[in-house]
Write a protein that binds this ligand. Structure first.
Ligand code: NAD
Ligand code: ZN
Length: 689
C-alpha cells in the first residue's frame, strides 16, 4: 500500500467535467438503489483524479464536484439530523496513520491515552431513534445534515430490536449491512421475484433499506458504533463516556455491536498496539461473515473527542485506515465444469483477468449449479468478483443494469463431463453417480503413465478391472496389492502377477518429480512438477510450504500458490498412504530451498547447465538412446538447466537427435546453439542416470 494511491488522470476541463458527472451519477446509484456501474476502486480513483485536477485548477471547480462532501453530494434528505452524520478521513499506510495520530495530539496539545480500534463496516450509516426504549424512527445519513426516513424497514434488521432492555430515549448510529448469508438469501428471493440480483452485499443493503412495498422481505444486520443523547436529555448517561464504554452500554441495551465477533472493538493505549490490532483485523477480513473495507481508529476518551471537534465532512477524532478493495467488476467469459476427486461437479467462472489487491484473477468459484441459478448469471455478464486474504475468488453477482443483450444462458451439463455417466442432482452439489470411481480410473491411469510412475503392464483395462473389483480407489492402493488379489483377476497368471508386482516395486523408487506429477495436482503438469521437486527437494518440504514459499518457484504466482496449498491439503491422506507404502519422496540431486547454492554435493562448482534453457527434440542416440523425453528433461534439470518444449529466442541450447525437424530449423533461424545427443551427453557427464 502506498500513501498516494493511484488516480484517474484528467487532461483538460472537459475530461474533468465528464468525471464529475460520472462520479456523481455513480454515487447517486451507489447510495440509492445500490446499482452503481463502478466498483469502489474505480470510483475512488476517479474522485482522487477530480481532487488532483481541482488542486491544480482551483478556479475551475464545479459546484457539483463530489470532493469534500458527505456521500459525494449525491444524496439529499428531508429529515434533519440533530448532530451531523459525517464521513471519515482516510489513511492508506502505517506511516499515514502515525502522521494522523501525531497531528491530532499536536492539535490537542497532549498525548492521547486511549484509542479505540474497530472494523470499518461496509454497509450504510443509519440513525435509529429510541423513545422510551421503543424504536420509533430510522433515518439514512443522506448528505450528512439531513437524511431519508426509512422507518418502513423497522422489524427487518437484526441488531435493531423494537424494544430496548430499558425504557430510555437516545439516538443510536451504526451501519446496516447484509451478512454473506443474508445476501445469498436476498438474491435467491430477488431472482425468483423480479430477476435482478444485487451485485454484492453492500448494494443489497442499500437497495433493501430504501425499498418500500416489496412483495417479499429480506433480512439485514445492524452494528452500532455511536450513541447520542436525544434533545439534550441524557437519559442513558452517555455524556462523558469513553467510546468503548458507550459500546458496552448500547450492547447492554440489546443493540447489535461487533462485540463478540473476532473483530470486536479494542481499546489500545500505544501506537504499537493500534498497529498490531489493525494487522489482526486485516488478516481476519476474508473469514468474516460481513464486509469490512478498513479499520476505524477513534480517540476513545470523550474529552479528547470534544476538544478535537469536526470539520464539515469528517470528525477530527477518527480516521479510516483503508484496506485494498476486495471487489472488482469484470466480465464472465465462460463457465467450465470440473469433476472433483469425489465426483462432485464444480462450475468454475472463466474471467477477463482483473487485479484485486495485487493479484491477477482469471478464475473464480461458482460453488454449484444452484448458485448460478440463484445469482441469475449469464455468460458475457459484467460481474462483481470478490477475493480477500487466502479465500478462493468468487463471483458475487452480475451487474444486470450493464447488460447489452449479447449475454448467453449458461448451459448445465446433462451427464458427467468426465465419464458421461448420469448425474445425481438431488443435492445442491451435483455428483457423478460413479462418485470416487469416476475419478479413480482416470487418476490411476494418469499416475501409472509413462511420464509419471511409468508402471509397465498397467494399462487401462487392468485399471478398470482393479477399480471394479473394489481393490483400487486411488493410486496409493496399488502399492498395497497382494499377489493373491492380483491373481484373482481375470487373465492374470503367475508371471504377469509377478511382473506387475516388480513394476510396482520399481515405480516406488521414481524421483519425487514423478511422484508429485502422479498426484495430479490441479494447475501442475510435468515441467511444473519438476520445478517444484527440484526447488523443494523433498515431499516434506513441499507439504510444509506456504503461499510465500511456493511463489519462490519460477512460474508460480499467488493464484497458483493458493491452489497448490489447497490441493495439497486435500491430497494429504493420499500422500500419507504413499509414504506408508514406501514410495520415494525425494528428488535426487536437488539442492532444496534451505540449502545455500553450492552447498550440495559438488560444492563450489556451478552445474554445467546453470542458467540455460534447454529444448530436446528428435530421437536420442548414443548414451542417451534409452532415455524417454521425461527422463531427458529430468537430466536437464539435474544438471542445473531448465527444460522447455518450444524453441524461442530465450532458448540457450537445442539437443537435436535424429529426425529433429522444425525445431532444428527454428533454432538455426534464431541462432540458438544446437548439439547432438552425444555432445550433450559429454556436457552433462556427471549427471547421467
Ligand atoms: N462504487 C461507487 O460508485 C461508489 C460511489 C460512491 C462511494 N463509493 C464508496 O464509498 C466510500 C465512501 O463513502 P462514504 O463517504 O460513505 O465514506 P466511508 O464509507 O468511506 O466512511 C464513512 C462511513 O464509514 C461508516 N463506518 C463504518 N464502520 C464505522 C465505524 N466502526 N465507526 C464509524 N463509522 C463507520 C459510517 O457509515 C461512515 O458514515 C468509498 O469507499 C467509495 O469507494 C463508491
Ligand atoms: Zn463421471
Amino acid at each position: 500500500m502506498t500513501e498516494t494511491p493511484p488516480f484517474t488522470e484528467l487532461m483538460d476541463q472537459a475530461a474533468y467535467a465528464q468525471a464529475v458527472l460520472t462520479a456523481t451519477e455513480a454515487a447517486a446509484a451507489y447510495y440509492g438503489a445500490g446499482d452503481s456501474p463502478l466498483d469502489d476502486d474505480a470510483y475512488d480513483r476517479l474522485v482522487r483524479g477530480i481532487a488532483a485536477y481541482e488542486a491544480a485548477h482551483p478556479d475551475e471547480v464545479l459546484p457539483d464536484s463530489p470532493t469534500g462532501k458527505v456521500a459525494g453530494g449525491a444524496v439529499v434528505g428531508d429529515v434533519p439530523h440533530a448532530t451531523p452524520m459525517l464521513s471519515l478521513d482516510n489513511v492508506f499506510s502505517a506511516e499515514g496513520l502515525a502522521n494522523w495520530m501525531a497531528g491530532l495530539q499536536r492539535r490537542l496539545g497532549r498525548e492521547i491515552a486511549a484509542w479505540s480500534v474497530e472494523p470499518k463496516l461496509d454497509g450504510l450509516a443509519v440513525s435509529a431513534l429510541y423513545r422510551d426504549g421503543r424504536l420509533t424512527r430510522l433515518v439514512t445519513r443522506g448528505d450528512g445534515l439531513a437524511g431519508e426516513d426509512v422507518s418502513h424497514a423497522i422489524g427487518t434488521i437484526l441488531g435493531l430490536p423494537d424494544a430496548l432492555t430499558s425504557p430510555v430515549t437516545l439516538e443510536i448510529r451504526g451501519e446496516v449491512l447484509m451478512t454473506r448469508e443474508q445476501f445469498e438469501a436476498a438474491n435467491e428471493i430477488r431472482v425468483r421475484h423480479e430477476g435482478v440480483p444485487f451485485a454484492h452485499p453492500r448494494s443489497g443493503a442499500a437497495g433493501t433499506l430504501r425499498a418500500r412495498e416489496r412483495p417479499y422481505k429480506v433480512e439485514m444486520t445492524f452494528f452500532g458504533y455511536a450513541a447520542l443523547p436525544w434533545e439534550d436529555d441524557d437519559q442513558a448517561g452517555l455524556r462523558g463516556l469513553a467510546h468503548g464504554a458507550t459500546m458496552d452500554l448500547i450492547a447492554g441495551l440489546g443493540v447489535g455491536t461487533t462485540a463478540g465477533t473476532p473483530v470486536e472493538p479494542r481499546v489500545c493505549t500505544t501506537a504499537e498496539a493500534v498497529q498490531a490490532r489493525i494487522g489482526e483485523i486485516a488478516a481476519l477480513r476474508g473469514e468474516l461473515p460481513f464486509g469490512t473495507d478498513g479499520i476505524v481508529i477513534k480517540a476513545d476518551l470523550a474529552a479528547d473527542r470534544e476538544q478535537a471537534g469536526s470539520g464539515s465532512r469528517a470528525p477530527r477524532w477518527a480516521v479510516a485506515y483503508k484496506l485494498p478493495a476486495t471487489e472488482k467488476i469484470t466480465k464472465l467469459i465462460d463457465v467450465t465444469w470440473n469433476v472433483g476427486r469425489t465426483g462432485v461437479i464444480a462450475p468454475r467462472a472463466v474471467l477477463e483477468p482483473v487485479e484485486i489487491d495485487g493479484v491477477v484473477i482469471t478464475y473464480a468459484t461458482l460453488h454449484n449449479p444452484a448458485d448460478i441459478t440463484r445469482r441469475g448469471l449469464m455468460i458475457g455478464d459484467q460481474v462483481m468478483v470478490y477475493r480477500a486474504g487466502d479465500v478462493i475468488p468468487r463471483v458475487e453477482a452480475p451487474l444486470v443494469q450493464l447488460r447489452t443483450g449479447a449475454e448467453r444462458e449458461i448451459e448445465f451439463p446433462t451427464g458427467c463431463p468426465r465419464c458421461g455417466a448420469e448425474l445425481d442432482v438431488t443435492q445442491q452439489r451435483w455428483r457423478c453417480v460413479r462418485g470416487r470411481a469416476c475419478h479413480a480410473v482416470a487418476s490411476v491411469g494418469y499416475a501409472a503413465g509413462r511420464d509419471q510412475l511409468d508402471i509397465e503392464g498397467l494399462g487401462e483395462t487392468r485399471i478398470v478391472q482393479l477399480v471394479e473389483a473394489g481393490l483400487v480407489a486411488d493410486f496409493a492402493d496399488l502399492f498395497v496389492l497382494t499377489s493373491e488379489q492380483i491373481r484373482g483377476l481375470d487373465r492374470m497368471g503367475e508371471t504377469s502377477t509377478a511382473n506387475l508386482l516388480a513394476a510396482l516395486e520399481r515405480a516406488k523408487a521414481r524421483p519425487l518429480n514423478r511422484v508429485f506429477c502422479a498426484l495430479g495436482v490441479r494447475g501442475t503438469g510435468r515441467s511444473m512438477s519438476r520445478r517444484i521437486a527440484r526447488h523443494f527437494g523433498a515431499m516434506e518440504a513441499i507439504r510444509g510450504a506456504d503461499l510465500d514459499a511456493f511463489q519462490e518457484v519460477e512460474g508460480i504466482g499467488p493464484e497458483k500458490a493458493a491452489l497448490l496449498v489447497a490441493e495439497l491439503a486435500e491430497l494429504a491422506p493420499l500422500i500419507d498412504r504413499l509414504v506408508a507404502a514406501g514410495v520415494n519422496m525425494t528428488e535426487p540431486g536437488a539442492p532444496g530451498p534451505a540449502t545455500a547454492p553450492g552447498a550440495d554435493a559438488d560444492a563450489g562448482e556451478e552445474p554445467p547447465l546453470a542458467g540455460m534453457t534447454v529444448v530436446v527434440t528428435g530421437s536420442m542416440t548414443g548414451p542417451l538412446a534409452e532415455l524417454t523425453r521425461t527422463q531427458m528433461n529430468e537430466l536437464v534439470e539435474r544438471a542445473g538447466g531448465r527444460a522447455s518444449s518450444g524453441v524461442s529466442a530465450r532458448t540457450s541450447l537445442l539437443v537435436a537427435g535424429e529426425k529433429a525437424g522444425s525445431k532444428q530449423a527454428k533454432a538455426a533461424d534464431l541462432g540458438v546453439r544446437v548439439v547432438t545427443p552425444e555432445e550433450f551427453a559429454a556436457m552433462v557427464e556427471g549427471f547421467l542416470p
